[in-house]
Design a protein around this ligand. Structure first.
Ligand code: DGL
Length: 285
């Protein structure tokens, strides 16, 4: 029975749909429950306690819907709270983090850019990742101010977005980067815009497929895959045969529209209320 349970996927908003696409491609028979916390997006400029309270609240809500695993499809939430979620919820929890390791392995100029939220870039977890895997590669880190808001509104190519994105990418190009890490799950939806602005000069690293592979490994190890047969390697995300449920703390018709615009998915989203879980950090000694 547990194998037939859905996989829960969440993000501050619609960005995690880029991860949902990769998960569906790897596991087309699995039921998916996607939760967008769009009422509270963006997380990227919020403080740690706020992000933790939202993330834990959503994690508990997904657990109460009997998901068999949770994918935190948000770099910002992962950076601040994935370990707290793992301590509190007894199920596989997969986080996402910027692809520093592949960038350091692949860059020929030894300069790579990272585009992520301000909160991810400031986090201890991200800085530990740079220290552990950055090696001799120099990383030029840029916060994508205003980009998440635009994508939440379905804007992935207006002049305003192009201008904001250019401002973020120029210092990366000026530094001689040949590689760009997309360190926020919203940004893969700006791929065409990034390619246009950079004249396709940067090798782009998006970790969506790697997250999906990690999820497949975890569910396989735990014998939690649905019994419907082996995963198809590259199924298209169209009208899914397996159930897909989209919920949002924000505007449901807006999520329905964006899922159609960004993924071509035709599913009516539902509005849900999800309470934050208050977090009490230990006071410094
Ligand atoms: N999509 C998210 C991430 O990967 C969060 C963006 C935001 O809410 O600021 O970081």
């Amino acid at each position: 029975m547990r194998n037939a349970a859905p996989i829960g996927v969440f993000d501050s908003g619609v960005g995690g749909l880029s991860v949902l696409r990769a998960i569906h491609a790897a596991l087309p028979d699995e039921a998916l429950l996607y939760c967008a916390d769009s009422c509270y997006a963006p997380y990227g400029e919020r403080d740690d306690a706020f992000i933790a309270a939202r993330t834990l609240g959503i994690g508990r809500w997904l657990a109460s819907r009997h998901v068999k695993a949770i994918v935190v499809a948000c770099n910002t939430a992962t950076a601040h709270t994935v370990s707290m979620l793992r301590e509190r919820l007894q199920m596989p929890i997969i986080g996402v983090e910027p692809g520093i390791k592949p960038a350091a392995l692949q860059s020929r100029t030894r300069v790579a850019g990272v585009l992520a939220t301000a909160s991810t870039l400031q986090s201890a977890r991200f800085n530990a990742l740079l220290a552990q895997y950055g090696g001799d590669c120099r990383f030029v880190c840029q916060a994508g101010h205003g980009l998440v808001d635009a994508i939440e509104a379905g804007d992935i190519g207006s002049p305003v977005v192009m201008q904001r994105l250019s401002a973020c990418l120029q210092p990366i190009l000026d530094a001689g980067a040949d590689t760009l890490v997309l360190g926020c799950t919203h940004y893969p939806f700006l791929l065409d815009a990034v390619r246009m602005i950079t004249a396709d000069r940067l090798h782009i690293i998006d970790t969506g497929d790697a997250i999906a592979r990690q999820l497949v490994r975890r569910l396989t190890d735990l014998q939690l895959l649905i019994d419907a047969g082996p995963a198809a390697a590259h199924a298209e995300l169209t009208l899914a045969p397996a159930p897909l449920r989209l919920v949002t703390t924000g505007d449901a018709p807006q999520l329905t529209r964006i899922a159609w615009q960004l993924l071509g998915v035709d599913a009516a989203a539902e509005h849900v209320e999800i309470a934050s879980e208050p977090i009490y950090f230990d006071a410094p000694a």
